[in-house]
Design a protein around this ligand. Sequence first.
Ligand SMILES: [Zn+2]
Length: 114
Amino acid sequence: MSKKTSFSFKRDKYKATRGGHSRLLNVCCRKCENIVAVYQKDGPGDLRRMYMDRIFAPAELTDLQDLSIKDAPMLKCKKCGEVLGTPYIYPKEKRKAFRLYQDAVIKRLRKLSE
Ligand SMILES: [Zn+2]
């Protein structure tokens, strides 16, 4: 993942219902600290799930929301192979997401462009 890449926040109904405050996170494997995904977190609270439509990188994890949920992969660390989460549909919004295992990842704040 290039450090030169810049991202701009996605703005939609999901962001609006969470109060408009978003952060860009590097989501890292807790075991080896490899960056697993660049993720837009909307609103306050812990990171318990990662919505597929909010993953900016890497390429193989973007646009997974267009897949059928049964075709979506497990969320795995590419470096050490640790399984970090499982795909599911968040019932409240019928929105595809990865349910993260407890304490599987570390989140680090990231600047919009760096
Ligand atoms: Zn790892």
